[in-house]
Design a protein around this ligand. Sequence first.
Ligand code: NI
Length: 142
Amino acid sequence: MGEEGVGRFSVSLNKGLLRQLDKMTREKGYDNRSLAIADMVRSQLVEHRLETVDGEAAGSVTLVYDHHSPRVQESLTGMQHKFREMIISTLHVHLDHHNCLEVLVVRGKASAIKMLADRLIGAKGVKHGKLSITGTGKDLPA
Ligand code: NI
C-alpha cells in the first residue's frame, strides 16, 4: 500500500467483460479484482512512459541461434563488447548440439535498449529473439 492510501473510483463495464475480468483474476491468483486492475494499470503506465518519455529502463534480450552458423558468435560477441556498459549480465545455455540460448540483461535509456535489441535480434544467424523491457521501478507506486 502506498503512503498516499487508497483512492476509489467506479468503473462501468459490460457484463461479459466483467465476467472475463473476474475469471482472469481467479486464474491469475489475485485475491480480488482491484489487485488485478492495479497490475494492469501499472503495466500500461510503464508502457506509456517508455513510449512517451525516453527514460531509464531495464530489460532482457533473449536470443536463440545455431552456433555453427557462420560468424554469428563473433558478431554477437563484438556487439556485446561494444555495448558492454549497457549489458549487466549474460547467460548462455547450450540447448542442443546446434542451438544456443543467450539471455542478456540490459539497462539504459529505453531508446538505446531498443536499438541494441534490434541489432542483436537482427544479427545474421539469430533464429529468434525477443526483448522484454520495463521501467526501473523508481517512479512507480507499489
Ligand atoms: Ni552454446
